[in-house]
Design a protein around this ligand. Structure first.
Ligand code: FAD
Ligand code: PHB
Length: 393
């Protein structure tokens, strides 16, 4: 098989890239290791930045998001018996975020690609990539027990943290930066009304908690948990009891509980691989960087990578210009590192790292400062809604 852009991975970055390229007359084929049902069953991100929302609309996949998504102009920080509102709308001159599940977004993208006759090969793991440094890129993949090859002009490595794209670059050509946090997030999805109209991030002496949602009738809650916890030891009741203990009194009283639709544990990691381009192999999304979910940035960074990558490829095919491809990695990484910094900082301020009283008091002092200072609230709000894209043309 031959195509212009061979895409590995049908997560949000691979699908969105394929959709934008299609709208500009560029052919792509997506190879996905998992089945379509598996991809559609994953529960992950919930918060989209304004720039991600704009990209989805421009890519003709924003219709259901605009109908069903929830626009949020702020969120609350709960700590030390207090609940303080960060008014993003006010501190950013009118910006906000959209609460719309990654699961739904993935479904919208898959349906749009299928309707346009796209080739998405499911249960087709890429097993090797070669030729990307000498002008003959090739992806070897497996399908129905057979080895097959996909020849292309470019390989887009959109295969997440555990994919093969980054590893194919070779250890000598890549530099990795990593921090693994000593705890995880235990998340529950349940068909119960959310405890509040917008999100609540809680710093509590028993550990972090987050109240999020997918709709007015479906809630997503997280609690900080032990890294070694197995999800099987957590009953629904044990989850709700622990969450209730960590929430501010007013929220705890309003908490409606119900059976789980899903429960899972996510480890927390900060990770960046540099560079993001190796000849005709270009990395995007979680394949190149991971952030702890506290700042709600992972999916949004995947979208900003795709913004730059799609621009670079469109300009290459339209004008045979390679300067944007040359600038791709540096341009992405400038924004990536700022989001990595924000997510690390927000994580450090909100989670329990041990029993050291000094650390706990410093976190409370920082939260007190943050919620009391106009400058600090503005910095928090502008990072949460998403920093602007660099000019790239
Ligand atoms: P992925 O979604 O990981 O997709 C990669 C795809 O590649 C997968 O489908 C995988 O099966 C496939 N693949 C892997 N290897 C191969 C191979 N060899 N061959 C073929 N296919 C392969 N982000 C936010 O912005 N906001 C949030 O609110 C937020 N909340 C989160 C909450 C949780 C609990 C978690 C876990 C994450 C959250 N994130 C959030 C992060 C977000 O989910 C990820 O950043 C996002 O999924 C990245 O998309 P991606 O397409 O780059 O990678
Ligand atoms: C979610 O709804 O899954 C979610 C929301 C905000 C975050 C992380 C996850 O910071």
């Amino acid at each position: 098989m031959r195509t212009q852009v061979g895409i590995i991975g049908s997560g949000p970055s691979g699908l969105l890239l394929s959709q934008i390229l299609f709208l500009h007359g560029i052919d792509s084929v997506i190879l996905e290791r998992q089945s379509r049902d598996h991809v559609l069953g994953r529960i992950r991100a919930g918060v989209l930045e304004q720039s991600t929302v704009d990209m989805l609309r421009a890519a003709s996949v924003g219709e259901r998001m605009d109908r069903e998504g929830l626009v949020h102009g702020g969120f609350s920080l709960a700590f030390d018996g207090r609940m303080e509102y960060i008014d993003m709308h006010k501190w950013t001159g009118g910006s906000g975020v959209m609460v719309y599940g990654q699961t739904e977004l993935t479904r919208d993208l898959i349906e749009a690609r299928m309707a346009d006759g796209a080739v998405i090969e499911y249960e087709a793991p890429a097993v090797a990539i070669d030729g990307f440094l000498d002008g003959k890129p090739r992806i070897i993949y497996e399908k129905k027990g057979e080895r097959r090859e996909l020849l292309c002009d470019f390989v887009a490595g959109c295969d997440g943290y555990h994919g093969i794209s980054r590893q194919s670059a070779g250890p000598g050509s890549i530099k990795e930066f990593e921090k693994v946090y000593p705890f995880g997030w235990l998340g529950i999805l349940s068909d119960v009304p959310p405890v509040d109209r917008e999100l609540i991030y809680t710093n509590h002496e028993r550990g972090f908690a987050l109240c999020s949602m997918r709709s007015h009738t479906r809630s997503r809650y997280y609690i900080q948990c032990d890294l070694n916890d197995n999800v099987d030891i957590w009953t629904d009741d044990a989850f709700w009891d622990e969450l209730r203990r960590r929430l501010p009194e007013t929220a705890a009283q309003k908490l409606v509980t119900g059976p789980r639709l899903e429960m899972s544990i996510a480890p927390l990691r900060s990770f960046v691989a540099e560079p993001m381009r190796f000849g005709a192999l270009l990395l995007a999304g979680d394949a190149a960087h991971i952030v702890p979910p506290t700042g709600a940035k992972g999916l949004n960074l995947a979208a900003s990578d795709v913004h730059y990558l799609s621009r670079a490829l469109i300009v290459y095919y339209a004008e045979k210009r390679t300067d944007l491809l040359d600038r791709y990695s540096d341009t992405c990484l400038r924004r990536v590192w700022k989001a990595v910094r924000f997510s690390w900082w927000f994580t450090a301020m909100m989670h329990k790292f041990g029993d050291e009283p000094l650390c706990q008091r410093l976190q409370l002092a920082e939260l007190d400062y943050l919620t009391g200072s106009e400058a600090a609230r503005t910095a928090m709000a502008e990072n949460y809604v998403g920093l602007p894209f660099d000019r790239f043309e």
